[in-house]
Write a protein that binds this ligand. Structure first.
Ligand SMILES: Cc1cc2nc3c(=O)[nH]c(=O)nc-3n(C[C@H](O)[C@H](O)[C@H](O)COP(=O)(O)OP(=O)(O)OC[C@H]3O[C@@H](n4cnc5c(N)ncnc54)[C@H](O)[C@@H]3O)c2cc1C
Length: 439
């Protein structure tokens, strides 16, 4: 076999690229993994707050419910390499896993670095040549010869008259070095957290090869809030609260979990998911978030609880009693929003005022004013148009031997380990199929 004929270059040593390299080498390809950073998986280290929520142990249907953009495109990839396959791969390579609330899967050690270490062991075992500090600048192609083109075109492509198809011949690095290859996997990620290396290089390379890139926007990103009281709560983290998003009169989303207040608004898992729905809200001016601070209690139960508290402390002032309901930072904000004098004695508080407290506790409203940018986004929405990629192999329909994997594609999901699973599944499928026709 010609030495370059089975040579594959994987561009990007993130989750998708490492997986593609492992799968391609398992199928006997000679794989060179080019990563522009000085280490592999720089973004993986910061996932799940450094703990790496590797995947989600949910049923198949639930997985697809959590994929926001183009879930159908993922059917084959997920079928061939699903959450169970990923968990088995990590466990078998020395990274023990545990499943937490919401079926989120993490390494037992709580260290994201253990996930990368396990993948690096597999890369070494498979003999993948890892090139660090190797930024790919350009992908090289040539026109398919008439004979090869006819052989490689599918019936569908023939009928569409895809006459201008090209094929991969290699890549050029930033320093001018040329690496010959018959296959390339583009796994350069998106635009979020650019400090980790995701700076959109892959989009430019894909476009230069005739692909279209769907407009990119930050997703799973914190929300800016108009209400000034939010800033006073900066640093406050609330667990077991319920957040609801309305666009005008329509309730578009509701979730339960953790919320973090910041100097600009809200972050944390609940806010990141709500942000995805905010983006799709047509009339953003009317996007309102409502926070239920005591979702386990009905309004009546909460009222009875406050009443009990009040009866036991009739001669104390409101500010010294109501604190038992909220975290310290929240108490003055709640009193101020209720409009009740903080020094007012409990026995002077009217039924109406008590009802106001109940209403606020069960429905603290916030007006969203926008989303934060790519530098704070967990994921990029948009990317290489999936209509131009074969979902059963991840191969480009434009360039023979060009494959895509991971966040570079127009795919994104909610939080919970689903985005990494997209990277694992698409990376595995691309690596498994690359240069399959040389066998
Ligand atoms: C803060 C944060 C927390 C997250 N937590 C989770 C989580 O817990 N669970 C979850 O499922 N998802 C999480 N995600 C999302 C997840 O990290 C991404 O879905 C995933 O990393 C995408 O993998 P990828 O390989 O496609 O891209 P990336 O991980 O971005 O990897 C792309 C790689 O390509 C390299 N590269 C780029 N251009 C070139 C070039 N020209 N030449 C060579 N190399 C290049 C980059 O340096 C980078 O290493 C999180 C994201 C962020 C930002």
């Amino acid at each position: 076999m010609n030495r370059d004929k089975d040579q594959v270059v994987v561009v990007g040593g993130g989750a998708a690229g490492m997986m593609a390299a492992i799968a391609a080498s398992e199928r006997g390809r000679r794989v060179i993994l080019c990563e522009k950073n000085e280490k592999l998986g720089k973004k993986l280290y910061i996932t799940g707050k450094g703990r790496c929520n590797v995947t989600n142990a949910c049923e198949r249907d639930k997985f697809f419910e959590n994929v926001v953009s183009n879930p159908k495109f993922l059917y084959s990839a997920y079928h061939e390499f699903d959450n169970a396959a990923m968990m088995a791969l990590l466990e078998n390579s020395g990274c023990s896993l545990k499943t937490e609330r919401g079926e989120r899967v993490f390494p037992v050690s709580d260290h994201a670095s253990d996930v990368t270490a396990a993948l690096e062991r597999l890369l070494r075992k498979q003999g993948v040549k890892v090139r660090l500090g190797a930024a790919v600048k350009e992908i090289l192609t040539e026109g398919l010869s008439e004979e090869k083109e006819v052989k490689s075109r599918t019936a569908e492509e023939k009928s569409r008259g895809a006459a201008d198809r090209r094929r991969i011949t290699g890549v050029i690095l930033e320093d001018g070095e040329r690496i010959p290859a018959s296959g390339v996997v583009l796994a350069t990620g998106g635009l979020s957290y650019p400090g980790t290396g995701s700076t959109g290089d892959g989009y430019r390379m894909a476009e230069s090869l005739g692909h279209t890139v769907k407009a990119c926007s930050p997703a799973l990103v914190p929300i800016e809030i108009k209400d000034s009281w939010c800033a006073a709560l900066q640093g406050l983290s609330l667990k077991n609260v319920e957040l609801t998003m309305h666009c005008g009169k329509k309730r578009v989303w509701q979730g339960f979990g953790e919320l973090l207040f910041t100097h600009f608004g809200i972050s944390g898992p609940l806010a990141l998911t709500a942000g995805s729905y905010y983006e799709r809200c047509k009339d953003k001016e009317y996007a309102v978030l409502t926070l239920d601070l005591k979702p386990a209690l009905t309004a009546q139960q909460l009222d009875r609880r406050i009443l009990r508290e009040f009866e036991a402390n009739r001669n104390k002032s409101l500010k010294n009693v109501i604190g038992s309901l909220y975290p310290a930072k929240l108490t003055p904000v709640m009193i101020s929003l209720s409009g009740i004098e903080p020094e007012k004695k409990i026995h002077e508080i009217t039924k109406q005022e008590r009802e106001t407290l109940v209403r606020l506790t069960k429905g603290l409203t916030m007006q969203a004013s926008g989303l934060r940018g790519f530098s704070e986004a967990v994921i990029t929405r948009g990317g290489v148009n999936v209509k131009e990629v074969d979902p059963s192999t991840m191969e480009s329909k434009r360039v023979k031997g060009l494959y895509f994997a991971g966040e570079i594609l127009d795919l994104d999901a909610l939080t919970g380990g689903f985005n990494l699973q997209i990277a694992w599944s698409t990376g595995h499928l691309a690596g498994s199929h690359i240069l399959a026709d040389i066998e």
